[in-house]
Design a protein around this ligand. Structure first.
Ligand SMILES: *[C@@H]1O[C@H](CO)[C@@H](O)[C@H](O)[C@H]1NC(C)=O
Ligand SMILES: *[C@@H]1O[C@H](CO)[C@@H](O)[C@H](O)[C@H]1NC(C)=O
Ligand SMILES: *[C@@H]1O[C@H](CO)[C@@H](O)[C@H](O)[C@H]1NC(C)=O
Ligand SMILES: *[C@@H]1O[C@H](CO)[C@@H](O)[C@H](O)[C@H]1NC(C)=O
Length: 321
């Protein structure tokens, strides 16, 4: 028996991989309050004049629509957690990887988030895609944020790239995934450009929303990981990009952002300056416009968030109601 399991043929491994699509993680209870929203806003670089995000008494105070991305880390606890216990288990049948990286993330807002959840909210995750290439396996999962009556408030797709995992069969099965971004128009400059700066303490603040991965605070772990020191959470950069579009396209109203999706293409270090360039590329659903965007390290020009797609309710006289 031992020998058999050690010498699984690649075909058997591919058969096991085919079981991954449809696999569901255990449902997770989640919760948040106003204070969590303020903390998250600070973690994604909200500034002193972003009152609708950082001041609970501001008349436009609202949840940052990308807030749910931290809920699988935070769960329903107000306490710190051990990062290693927060990552959902890799589904059975996935070959061993050298390392896993967050490849892409999208969130679609189905209903505006309340300022505090109360009890009974849950997070579900099921796998919707497995794609093998020469360097590893890309797993895509779909998550839903559900209220106590199981009404979905947000739908998210996340992919992780498991470097070094392989069956050698080029296995591929995808049943659902996020909307794909249109290419950046080559013939014109960006319609909006937003510059912003992360601080040296950015990761210290962002981790308080639930992702306590040591990679973002312990320089030795960052060195060992080959990053030359700590790197900022990809999801913090994600929030910087979302804030940029809300400010530039949505007139500062957090409720204007209805979909936001990116590929993580390069790390950002705490202290890096960022630039988000955005192009309107057509109408989006439900009175939104579709935006294509990139977020770059302003100094090096390296793209940190690529393949950006967003649906935003555009502010101003042209906005459709
Ligand atoms: C495999 O997929 C990953 C993630 O999308 C990508 O970064 C990488 O370039 C791909 N490798 C090959 C050889 O296609
Ligand atoms: C997998 O894809 C690679 C690159 O396209 C190809 O060279 C290889 O022959 C394929 N392997 C199988 C088992 O189909
Ligand atoms: C448009 O809005 C309706 C009602 O709020 C919602 O059910 C639907 O998912 C939205 N469509 C998209 C593509 O976001
Ligand atoms: C961003 O650009 C600056 C200037 O080139 C560089 O010092 C920094 O390391 C870059 N960040 C990353 C994560 O590459």
């Amino acid at each position: 028996m031992r020998y058999l399991s050690l010498s699984l043929s690649s075909t058997t491994m591919a058969a096991a991989l085919s079981q991954v699509v449809g696999y569901e993680q255990p449902t997770q209870p989640v919760s948040w309050n106003k204070r969590d929203l303020l903390l998250y806003a600070a973690g994604i670089g909200a500034k002193a004049d972003d009152l609708s995000l950082v001041y609970e008494l501001d008349k436009s105070f609202a949840a940052m629509p990308t807030y749910p991305v931290v809920l699988p880390f935070k769960g329903d606890s107000q306490e710190l957690n051990l990062f290693s216990t927060r990552m959902g288990k890799t589904p059975p049948g996935v070959p061993k990887a050298k390392v896993g990286v967050h490849g892409s993330q999208s969130i679609e807002i189905l209903k505006d988030l309340p300022l505090a959840s109360g009890d009974g909210w849950t997070w579900t995750t099921k796998y919707t895609g497995v794609v093998e290439n020469k360097t590893g396996i890309i797993l895509t999962s779909e998550s839903l944020l559900l209220d106590p009556k199981k009404v979905p408030y947000a739908k998210l797709y996340s992919s992780s790239f498991l470097i070094g995992a392989k069956t050698g069969e080029n296995f591929s099965k995808v049943v659902a995934g996020p909307p794909q971004g249109k290419p950046i128009p080559k013939d014109r400059k960006a319609d909006w450009t937003v510059q912003d700066k992360t601080t040296l303490e950015q990761a210290l603040i962002f981790r308080l929303s639930g992702d306590y991965n040591p990679l973002h605070i312990d320089p030795e772990v960052g060195q060992k990981g080959g990053f030359g020191g700590v790197i900022l959470h990809g999801l913090s950069t994600f929030g910087f990009g979302a804030r940029a579009l809300i400010k530039a396209v949505g007139g500062g109203d957090p409720r204007s952002l209805r979909l936001f999706g990116v590929r993580f293409t390069a790390p950002v270090k705490p202290g890096d300056a960022l630039e988000t360039e955005a192009w309107e590329v057509g109408p989006g659903p439900n009175g939104t416009v579709e935006i294509a965007f990139v977020t770059k390290n302003l100094t090096s020009g390296k793209v940190a968030l690529g393949g950006g797609i967003a649906y935003v309710k555009k502010a101003g006289p042209q906005a459709k109601l």
